[in-house]
Design a protein around this ligand. Structure first.
Ligand code: FE
Ligand code: CA
Length: 521
């Protein structure tokens, strides 16, 4: 029988019984919390590896392996020794017989008994399998893949974003787990900090009707709940991931340091819990508590350069004449990255929409939490892209809970200004989008108001798969049939292409007639 967790939570909220149905409600024991989570479809791996395994930040010779020991995943404190030695192994085969590297790493209570192992000495462009052992138990086997070097004929990757647990099942991640991709990029809103269970898009949520989370224990439990969805663990175990974050990893619409000391404490707790649950390579070297550095640039031989951006940690408030979304240091780094860029495809992993978005002709920007709230900096960065002669730029974006395709221009108010790239904004995994009525009414209005906007579809959930060859960059919009069904089948709604050396995208003839609420002809 399929349990529909979205409707179940809504019903519980309506009946005033959310404190029993919501696994992270205060007052529940760890066992009760787990029972509530299981009623919402959570199924954990065998202890102590309940949260599964993951790998991340693949490079030609290195990848990071992750796990966390959490015998009671929703407990505030794990009943474990202060430090537990965890053995790890990497092999050329799924049976873990042809071992290429092995070792041990300490899992300490300080970092929630998480383990991050940077494995070096691997061969480029190869698939490997790995597992962990601790407390007499062995984890599931994960699969990962290093980046290739030299001439590369093809790279395929998936992008996911916005996966509110209370809004549905991760059938999209089940799809990603089954995709033949080299890696996955997560564009943020991996968790949601609030307990709001309605279907209202987050940008409109100002008053949350559930308990917010504030402490390290709160954020740990939230991450552990989300990892209870078996499809998410499957997607982690199947491919290496890159991660950036957006606001809900901490709190809705936050910026930099705004909020003072209590906020900084909350942010530190959120960042630490995030790190403890992600296959993220960091530079603090175990000598301090995590303050994860997100932005990085990685290459897949001569074919693809991936630039991961952090649009949260270093930003100022919105709508300031001299405001910044990147922060001075990251902006200088991004410009240098553009200057040094090789002749290849350039992908920016960008958590929130870069392109201008007015709600209706002559109207104002819809959301100034996205790049529209940082006009001078957007102009400066895109002007730099143009001045440097960077070509073949594709920006992949999350946050909006609906799919958009945009032409990226140096000045969005001047439709004849230079076209410097394409932005693909992907559907969300589960997080609620606007209603079909809203989409039908506003899709054409947004199209009219934004001459660079080519496509809008907001009635579906899913993820994107990008297929990259020397000649062409293709974006396949994968959608699920129903987020209330954990096994909902995946299909391709439409495909857009960008040809190498030619800025601008075009829709594939075969899917041009697919449903959408706006399409520029
Ligand atoms: Fe979101
Ligand atoms: Ca967001």
């Amino acid at each position: 029988m399929t349990v529909n967790r979205r409707d179940l939570l809504k019903a519980a909220a309506a009946a005033g019984a959310l404190n029993l149905a919501w696994p992270l409600a205060t007052g529940l024991s760890p066992a009760q919390a787990r029972e509530a989570a299981e009623k919402l479809g959570a199924v954990y791996d065998r202890a102590p590896f309940t949260l599964g395994v993951a790998s991340g930040d693949p490079q030609p010779h290195s990848v990071v392996l992750w796990t966390r020991l959490a015998p009671e995943p929703l407990a505030a404190e794990q009943d474990l020794p202060e430090v537990v030695e965890v053995a790890w192994v990497v092999a050329k085969d799924a049976g873990l017989r042809r071992v290429v590297a092995r070792g041990t790493a300490p899992a300490s209570a300080t970092l929630g008994h998480s383990v991050h192992v940077p494995v070096d000495g691997l061969a480029p462009g190869r698939t490997y399998w790995y597992a962990f052992k601790a407390l007499g138990r062995t984890s599931r086997v994960g699969r990962t893949r290093t980046a290739p070097r030299g001439r590369v004929g093809k790279v395929t990757f998936a992008a996911a974003n916005c996966q509110a647990f209370h809004d549905g099942y991760y059938a999209a991640h089940r799809g990603i787990a089954r995709e033949d991709v080299d890696f996955v990029v997560h564009l943020g809103d991996y968790i949601y900090e609030h307990g709001q269970v309605g279907g209202v898009p987050e940008a409109h949520v100002r008053d949350h009707d559930g308990p917010e989370i504030l402490t390290l224990a709160d954020y740990r439990k939230r991450h552990a709940l989300y990892k209870g969805d078996a499809s998410l663990r499957a997607a982690h175990a199947a491919h290496p991931w890159f991660l950036t974050w957006d606001d809900h990893e901490v709190v809705n619409d936050y910026s930099g340091t705004g909020g003072g000391a209590p906020f900084m404490k909350r942010r530190a707790a959120a960042y630490q819990a995030w790190f403890e649950h992600m296959p993220h390579r960091d530079s603090f070297g175990g000598s301090a508590l995590p303050d994860p550095e997100i932005h990085r640039v990685r290459r897949w031989g001569d074919l693809l350069e991936l630039t991961v951006l952090d649009l949260r940690s270093h930003r100022s408030a919105q709508n300031l004449p001299d405001g910044t979304i990147l922060g001075a240091e990251q902006k200088a780094w991004l410009k240098k990255t553009v200057d040094r860029a090789p002749d290849s495809w350039h992908v920016w992993a960008n958590s929130i929409m870069l392109s201008q978005l007015r709600g209706r002709p002559g109207g104002s920007y819809m959301f100034t939490d996205q790049w529209d709230g940082f006009l001078a900096e957007r102009k400066e960065v895109l002007g730099h892209v143009h001045a440097s002669g960077l070509e073949d730029l594709v920006v992949v974006t999350g946050d909006w809970h609906s799919a958009f395709v945009d032409d990226v221009r140096t000045d969005f108010d001047a439709p004849d200004s230079p076209l410097v790239g394409t932005e693909f904004t992907a559907h969300s995994v589960t997080s609620g989008a606007y209603s079909p009525e809203w989409n039908a009414k506003n899709g054409p209005l947004m199209g009219k108001a934004n001459p660079h906007l080519k496509y809008f579809e907001g009635n579906r959930y899913g993820y994107d798969v990008y297929e990259v060859t020397p000649e062409r960059f293709s974006a396949h919009m994968r959608v699920i049939g129903d987020r209330r069904d954990p096994r909902s089948p995946v299909s391709t709604l439409t495909t857009f292409h960008v040809d190498r050396g030619r800025a601008g995208s075009y829709e594939d003839d075969a899917t041009k007639a697919s449903p959408a609420q706006y399409r520029r002809d």
